[in-house]
Design a protein around this ligand. Structure first.
Ligand code: ZN
Length: 293
C-alpha cells in the first residue's frame, strides 16, 4: 500500500513537472505577424518585450510572406507552443494552416487576438468562434450579434448593421466587468488607458464568451454610445482564447494596463491560470495614464 502511494505521488509530481506553469519551464509563446494594416514591424517587438520582461515566457515570432506572396508557405508549428498571439491581419492562410490552428486550440492550446487580429478572416467560421467577435471585412448581422450591456448584463443584440468601427483616438477608461476571472481579478474598477482606438460595434458568434472589461465609446469622440467589450475570455474545445481589442499602435502598447492584461491573458490562455497577480506600483489609475518606454 505504501509502495503504491509512493508510486502515485511520483506520478503526480511527474505530471506537475510537465506542466508549463512550473518555474522550470517557461511558457512557449509564438507571435504571428507579416501582414497587417497596422505597423506590425513596430508593435511585434513591443509585444515580445512585454512578454519577455514578465519572466514567464519564451517568445518566437513567425512572419508570413508579404501581401501577394506565397501564403501557402506560411505553416507555423503551432503544436510546439503553449500560446499563439496574433498580430496578423491579412490574406487568408492555406486550408492546412487553418486546420492546424483549429486543432491546436481545440486540443487545449491558447490563442490571443491583439487589436486588428480581430479584423482578419471574416469568412473563417472557427476563427470567428475563437475570437468571439470581430470587425470589418464585410461583417454584419450574418456574422453574429453585437455584445451589449443592458441593465447590468451582457446580452446578444441581433440588430442589423456592420461589424466594426471606431472613433477618434483618445485616452479612455477601461472598466473591469469581471472581478472573479483570473485575468481581471484584483484590477482596479477602472483605469485610464493611453491613446488608442476604441473598437466598437464588433460582432461575431460570441459563443462561450466572457466580457472581462469594457470602455464607453462616447459619441463625442465618434463612438457608438455603448459600453464596448475591450477584454474578453473564451473557451474553444479544450483550449482558451483571450481577446484584447486594445493596441492600435505604440502609445497604446506602452500603457502599463495594456502590458499587465496582455501578460495575464497570455498566461491564462496557455495554462488556465494567472500566477502574476500582484499589480505593479505604476499601474494606471482612474484619472492618470501610466506608460513605460
Ligand atoms: Zn487600429
Amino acid at each position: 500500500m505504501k509502495f503504491l502511494f509512493t508510486r502515485l505521488l511520483a506520478l503526480a509530481l511527474g505530471l506537475l513537472l510537465v506542466s508549463p506553469a512550473t518555474a522550470a519551464e517557461k511558457i512557449k509563446a509564438l507571435i504571428l505577424d507579416g501582414q497587417n494594416n497596422h505597423n506590425w514591424k513596430a508593435t511585434s517587438p513591443m509585444l515580445q518585450k512585454i512578454l519577455k520582461e514578465s519572466g514567464l515566457f519564451t517568445v518566437e515570432v513567425v512572419t508570413s510572406p508579404a501581401k501577394g506572396g506565397d501564403i501557402a508557405q506560411f505553416k507555423p508549428n503551432f503544436k510546439d507552443f503553449h500560446v499563439v498571439i496574433s498580430n496578423y491581419n491579412g490574406q487568408d492562410w492555406s486550408k492546412e494552416t487553418q486546420k492546424d490552428l483549429v486543432e491546436f486550440v481545440s486540443h487545449g492550446g491558447g490563442f490571443v487576438s491583439v487589436h486588428a487580429a480581430d479584423n482578419a478572416f471574416p469568412g473563417w467560421a472557427e476563427y470567428n468562434e475563437i475570437i468571439g467577435v470581430g470587425g470589418w471585412g464585410g461583417r454584419n448581422e450574418k456574422s453574429g450579434p453585437y455584445i451589449r450591456l443592458k441593465d447590468g448584463k451582457f446580452v446578444n443584440d441581433m440588430s442589423k448593421g456592420n461589424g466594426g468601427s471606431h472613433g477618434r483616438q483618445h485616452q479612455f477608461k477601461v472598466v473591469t466587468r469581471n472581478t472573479e476571472h483570473p485575468i481581471t481579478k484584483g484590477l482596479p474598477p477602472e483605469w485610464l488607458h493611453n491613446t488608442d482606438e476604441l473598437y466598437d460595434r464588433l460582432r461575431g458568434p460570441a459563443k462561450n464568451l466572457t466580457v472581462l472589461a469594457t470602455a464607453f465609446a462616447d459619441k463625442s469622440t465618434g463612438g457608438s454610445g455603448e459600453h464596448e467589450p475591450m477584454l474578453m475570455a473564451l473557451d474553444f474545445g479544450k483550449g482558451r482564447s483571450f481577446h484584447t481589442t486594445l493596441g492600435h499602435a505604440e502609445p497604446a502598447m506602452k500603457c502599463v494596463g495594456f502590458a499587465v492584461t496582455l501578460v495575464r491573458g497570455c498566461e491564462w490562455a496557455a495554462t488556465g491560470k494567472v500566477t502574476h497577480t500582484e499589480l505593479p506600483k505604476d499601474f494606471p489609475t482612474t484619472d492618470k495614464v501610466s506608460i513605460r518606454e
